[in-house]
Design a protein around this ligand. Sequence first.
Ligand SMILES: NC(=O)c1ccc[n+]([C@@H]2O[C@H](COP(=O)([O-])OP(=O)(O)OC[C@H]3O[C@@H](n4cnc5c(N)ncnc54)[C@H](O)[C@@H]3O)[C@@H](O)[C@H]2O)c1
Ligand SMILES: O=C(O)[C@H](O)COP(=O)(O)O
Length: 534
Amino acid sequence: MATYRVLVSDPISEIGVAALNAHPDISADFKTGLPPEELISIIGEYDALVVRSQTKVTAEVFAAAKKLRAVGRAGVGVDNIDRAAATDHGVIVMNTPTGNTISTAEHAFTLMLSTARNIAPAHAEVLAGNFKAARKAYQGIELNGKRLAVLGMGRIGSEFAKRAQAFNMKVVAYDPFLTQSRADELKVELAESPDIALNGADVVTLHVPLTDDTKHILNEARLASMNPGAIVVNCARGGLIDEPALKAAIESGHIAGCGLDVFEEEPPPADHILFGLNKHVAFTPHLGASTNEAQENVGIQVAEQIRDFLATGEIRNAINMPSLDAAALAEVGPYLDLAGSLGKLLAKLGPENPDSLRVSYHGPLAKKDTGLVSRKALTALLSARRSDGQVNIVNAPAVAQSMGLDLTESTISAQTEFNELLVAELRKGDQRFRVAGTIIGKSPRIVEIDRLFVDTNIKGEFLIVKNDDRPGIVGAVGTLLGSAQQNIANLSLARNKSDGNALTVIEVDSPLSAELMDSIRSTPGVLSATGVSL
Ligand SMILES: NC(=O)c1ccc[n+]([C@@H]2O[C@H](COP(=O)([O-])OP(=O)(O)OC[C@H]3O[C@@H](n4cnc5c(N)ncnc54)[C@H](O)[C@@H]3O)[C@@H](O)[C@H]2O)c1
Ligand SMILES: O=C(O)[C@H](O)COP(=O)(O)O
């Protein structure tokens, strides 16, 4: 029986499914076209789900997905996945951002050419025997020298722009993340707003994700600001265009035509408002990524990402948490374990209801990819303090936020007494409580508790005693442990000369009973005693 079950609910390449099944601990079921209620009824059996754009992974699906740890999207757009619900349920969402870039850029470009030269309607007329009439009806436009507006200058938008430049088009781009230097490198004019990009454009092509901000980004006013006879191309998402406004603009003759691969509702109804236009249009059924090459790329990529995540914890192309590839995992893996132990220690020893958890990285560690290390400390802290078992590394920041706990991070390049140091500190008002650790050789060690130097393992059962710094107390505690048949595996002592207190960290072989803890706490000179399982 395989350890992990993966459901593939949209068609992905056979090589991808085979890559999943080739792993001895994974078994993949290929069930496409599931009605929503059937998906909900079976999703509870699966550890991971692989989709393309047609499966809707809704909040109801996540609520029923008790074992689910990851959703892999074989493609780019994740608007069919309820990302907030995924994060709330602690499920990682990954996509495969690069596998279909070229295919989609080529498809969008094809739609632009088809629309400019009326390929689709002219083809239909030829088949219908109207050769001569079609020669008169379908006079097209040249693209040479025309002004092209690209909304969304990411991977696909940039590839489209390169091809347009080969056709001698003048490219203007709007993308809130496009810098002037990148625009210069791509040899495109940078527009400060979609309005500026579209004003006077002869062609617009859309390459932005569908979000609340981009819905209907191409609206009536922006269509009206384009040059008469302009063309609209959309190979991103249907919801980016106000379809009734586009219909009106084409009917008025202001917009010459459109090439669309995507529709606001998919599949579109047979009487879709744009289908009745007897104009210069080209429609395809969301085929942008449907090439042999793209499907092989994204199928293999998603399968490998899901396989590696389930088998090793490696995270690539996650969209709801920081990624950690194999090289980074090897480098910071021991710090992830250390952070987990520091978080648990803070949960036991630090103040209740803290305002913030501050994680700082010292020395060369400050330059490493530590995005997940702080999350690990936070997850361990919250999991130890909450009994509902609902906190994990994906949803920990959201849970912390809902509790009013801030996570802050700092990097300090200067070295401490240790080459590298990881410090986790709970803050509540003026109160501070910090613990720290480092890697010695290849072993993570806890080296500081409440500003006192100690040296202990990061895993095991511990007794942490704060006591008056005078002779006999550690001995008395040791005697109590011995009479309870508790073997001492390791002992670390630290003293604070300024307040006359000492800290004793004793590693024992098994958890300490409540009776033994009571006896230790009532030993004269013991100020506090805490049993901790790390
Ligand atoms: N038709 C298809 O089969 C098909 C295939 C692949 C991708 N897509 C769609 O294409 C979109 C783009 O894919 P990509 O690989 O280029 O993604 P990408 O992330 O590389 O690029 C998207 C770009 O949009 C920009 N952006 C975000 N919000 C914006 C806004 N409000 N205005 C302007 N730009 C904005 C981003 O900064 C980014 O540069 C995807 O989100 C997906 O929906 C469709
Ligand atoms: O966002 C994407 O990658 C495309 O829309 C492709 O969607 P598909 O995998 O359903 O073809």
